[in-house]
Design a protein around this ligand. Structure first.
Ligand code: UTP
Length: 507
């Protein structure tokens, strides 16, 4: 712990002496909490951070006017498509991916440090239950998909492999996530293969360049964005852990996509076969103005360009096949080799762009009263995980069908898009498609068959039949025929491992 004098000197050097303005009123415990917080802030970095934030905020109006002219789509030879490839090609990628998994060379890395402000719950988003028949949370679904993909590799290659699960958390999410995993027995995974680590927090800054106090003894801090990953990997010696385990390939993903295929063998195999050091899954943009980031090249380097950064005319450009020229929508599913991550984390992280977010940040006024601002008063700076694409020596993109792989939980129910309801519907509609493809007959409450033509694929209404299949039974629809073919299944229908075993024993 640093002394009061040292804290004072540090803050003075960073132009932040106001942080100690309530010192005389603080209890011993509050003082030590504040000193602890200050001890983690390096004065020079803090000064640069505050100045940089103000400078970025004053520059924000001036968008990069020439960007559109410098943009090019992903080169066709570096883009693959699950939708357009034949079965044999997909099988080839799948085989390669499972082989790598079987050799313990693949890990997954979850970005779970966000505050989930739009969803608006007080606990980490991964603990959210979207209302599936099983009541499973996002974390449980993900844990079970890891178990299943390990099992698929084991069965194919006669091994006992591990896909380690690295989970990046933040001050907000670490303790509740750890407790949730412990309380739930790590959802059947071995605790030593679930590695949680914490990203850094950085202060929110007012337009006057002063850090904001959210309490008399507490600076308003926020996680440094999902691109904080690269510093966090170094801070927590995660790359060393990967090396010790022999991990060569990482699948990095966001916590909120209910359809995420963890360690997806097809994606891993595609990237490995192409000799990529960095890759991204993309979905076709639904319409030109859809507010998703687009994977493309700018000045020859790969990057994600936000919709708001380009002119509408550019967003509407089409290729000779009539597809949107800049239609590769980023879904935050990335592939990195460990070597690439090592290079980025050790040597290039400092070059990553700081993105600006102007937010309403609750603060204490000069009298110590907590104020909830009605208009934005604070600057938060964030790095983005995909900003490292520019450093790739061989970048590839894999286009996947949106309805099978992407349905994020961003907003609370009531919002038009990306809510618990849309996430639940996406998963249930997918599992209904799997049941039908496996030859199952789904019956309604009166035991009448539900006609497949009434099945629902859209997110704006519930599917006509409710079918949920545990990831422990099927990772992505495989292996269901022997369980469900010609079987009458009453909706709502939940197929877990016990039920699957019962079916096998009775047939
Ligand atoms: P979002 O940008 O959607 O943010 O994060 P969020 O925190 O989940 O939600 P809002 O914007 O506050 O409503 C995309 C992914 O990046 C992770 C999130 O946990 C999510 O998986 N993330 C975000 C981090 O890991 N760290 C951060 O600092 C920010």
């Amino acid at each position: 712990m640093i002394s009061f004098e040292e804290a004072k000197a540090r803050l003075h050097a960073a132009g932040q002496s106001h942080v100690l303005q309530f010192w005389a009123e603080l209890s011993a415990e509050e003082r030590s909490e504040l000193l602890d917080e200050i001890s983690q802030l390096e004065p020079k970095e803090l000064l640069e951070h505050c100045r940089g934030a103000v400078a970025a905020a004053s520059r924000q109006q001036s968008a990069d006017a020439g960007l559109d002219a410098r943009m090019e789509p992903v080169a066709p030879e570096f883009i693959g498509s699950v939708r357009e490839s034949d079965k044999e090609t997909i099988q080839l990628w799948d085989d390669e991916g499972l082989l790598q998994i079987s050799q313990n060379r693949v890990a997954v890395l979850l970005l779970a440090g966000g505050q989930g402000t739009r969803l608006g719950v007080s606990y980490p988003k991964g603990m959210y239950n979207v209302g599936l028949p099983s009541g499973k949370t996002l974390y449980q679904i993900q844990a079970e998909r890891i178990q299943k993909v390990q099992e698929l590799a084991n069965l194919k290659h006669g091994c006992r492999c591990t896909v380690p699960w690295y989970i990046m958390t933040s001050e907000f999410t670490l303790a509740p996530t750890e407790k949730f995993f412990k309380d739930n027995g790590y959802f059947g995974l071995c605790p030593s293969n679930v590695v949680m680590f914490e990203q850094r927090m950085i202060p929110a800054v007012g337009f006057d360049g002063k850090v904001i106090l959210e309490k008399k003894n507490k600076i308003a801090m926020a996680p440094d964005g999902n691109g904080g990953l690269y510093r966090a990997l170094v801070d927590n010696k995660i790359l060393e852990d990967m090396e010790r385990r022999g991990v060569e390939y990482l699948h990095v993903y966001c916590v909120d996509n209910i359809l995420v295929k963890l360690a997806d063998p097809v994606f891993i195999g595609f990237c490995v076969n192409k000799g990529a050091d960095c890759g991204g899954k993309v979905v076709k943009k639904a319409y030109p103005a859809e507010p998703v980031g687009v994977v493309c090249r700018v000045d020859g380097l790969y990057q994600v360009v936000e919709y708001s950064e380009i002119q509408p005319e550019t967003a509407e450009l089409r290729d000779p096949k009539g597809e949107l020229l800049f239609g590769a929508g980023n879904i935050c599913n990335h592939f990195f080799t460990r070597g690439f991550l090592q290079e980025v984390a050790k040597n290039l992280e400092g070059q990553l762009t700081q993105h600006l977010a102007i937010k309403k940040v609750p603060f204490v006024d000069g009298e110590g009263n907590l104020i909830k601002p009605v208009k934005p008063n604070g600057i938060k700076m964030e790095k983005f995980v995909f900003d490292v694409f520019q450093f790739s020596k061989k970048f590839v993109a894999l286009e996947v069908p949106r309805e099978e792989e992407f349905s994020p939980l961003k907003n609370a129910d009531g919002a038009p898009l990306d809510t618990p309801t849309t996430a639940r519907r996406s998963l249930l509609a997918q599992h209904y498609r799997w049941v039908l493809a496996a030859g199952g007959n789904v019956l309604d409450e009166q035991d009448k068959p539900i006609a497949p033509k009434h099945r629902c694929m859209a997110q704006n209404e519930d599917p006509s039949a409710i079918c949920e299949i545990s990831p422990l039974v099927s990772y992505f629809g495989e292996g269901l025929e022997k369980l469900l073919k010609k079987k009458n299944l009453k909706s709502p229908f939940y197929l877990d491992v016990n039920e699957a075993n019962n079916i096998l024993q009775t047939t």
